[in-house]
Design a protein around this ligand. Structure first.
Ligand SMILES: Cc1cc2nc3c(=O)[nH]c(=O)nc-3n(C[C@H](O)[C@H](O)[C@H](O)COP(=O)(O)OP(=O)(O)OC[C@H]3O[C@@H](n4cnc5c(N)ncnc54)[C@H](O)[C@@H]3O)c2cc1C
Length: 228
């Protein structure tokens, strides 16, 4: 199960954002109301001043690739060149027992081959660094990895909009939900009304590929329906 730990964030962000907005001249309003208005009306460049840094661990390499697609963020990975991955842990996605067992067998086999290659290379006189460098080529997509991820509040809304959607991969949704649960407590003014893109825009861009298990299927129109 993917783990999320908040390492650092911009404190006093509501005041910071409100004062940024006041530079342009804004009616007399509370800091909180300014921030809510900025989010609701999508004047969200002002909330780029708020940053969060998370440690994300026990995440599969498969999902880390999706995380890396979010370019408006900073990513630092735990290196598989400088760390020995012998006995690495891994994710078995939610699936029936029989399939889970086959996945496990495949992962255990990869573990064995990792150790075999590493041991053989040391035996042949290669350095530990060289052996780590080569052995890691058998690490499968389910292998756990760790990232430090820094993202600003605006980009995080975009991330949550895409990844809280029922169409996102289950592990990715779990990651997005865990991040959401942390940030909504710190800045409810920003995140309380945030959800998948349908919730954020009041219209769903997924159109006909929207799955049956979408909780908003009969509540939020598709983009195509609205355009008609
Ligand atoms: C259900 C689902 C399925 C997906 N399937 C696939 C898939 O099959 N293959 C695949 O490769 N990806 C897939 N993705 C990933 C998706 O296409 C995006 O790459 C990813 O979600 C990052 O979104 P983003 O570009 O908005 O985020 P960021 O990279 O963080 O960008 C944030 C915003 O900045 C702007 N921006 C960033 N870079 C540029 C740029 N170069 N030019 C112009 N504007 C820019 C855009 O407005 C963008 O929305 C999928 C995502 C989801 C949620």
């Amino acid at each position: 199960m993917v783990k999320v730990k908040l390492l650092k964030y911009t404190t006093d962000g509501v005041k910071l954002v409100a004062n940024c907005c006041r530079v342009s001249g804004i009616p007399e309003m509370d800091d909180e109301d300014i921030v809510r208005m900025v989010v609701e009306n999508d004047y969200t460049s002002a909330i780029e001043h708020i940053y969060f840094t998370f440690e994300i661990s026990e995440m599969s390499i498969a999902i880390s690739r999706e995380l890396l697609e979010h370019r408006i963020a900073s990513h630092t990975a735990r290196s598989t060149r400088y760390n020995l991955e012998e006995g690495f842990s891994y994710t078995i996605p939610p699936v029936d027992e029989e399939i889970a067992e086959i996945l496990k067998e495949a992962m255990e086999s990869a573990r064995k081959y990792y150790s075999k290659i590493y041991g053989k290379m040391l035996e042949k006189g290669y350095s530990k660094a060289e052996a780590r460098e080569i052995s890691r080529y058998v690490l499968p997509m389910a292998t756990h990895c760790t990232y430090i991820w820094t993202v600003n509040a605006r980009s995080l809304i975009n991330f949550l909009g895409l990844r809280l959607c029922v169409r996102a991969a289950p592990e990715m949704r779990e990651l997005a939900q865990k991040i959401y649960d942390i940030v909504v407590k710190i800045y409810p003014e920003i995140f309380e009304g945030v959800g998948c893109r349908g919730v954020n825009y009041g219209v769903c861009p997924e159109n006909e590929v929207r799955p049956k298990n979408c909780p908003y299927r009969n509540k939020i129109p598709t983009k195509k329906e609205l355009k008609k």
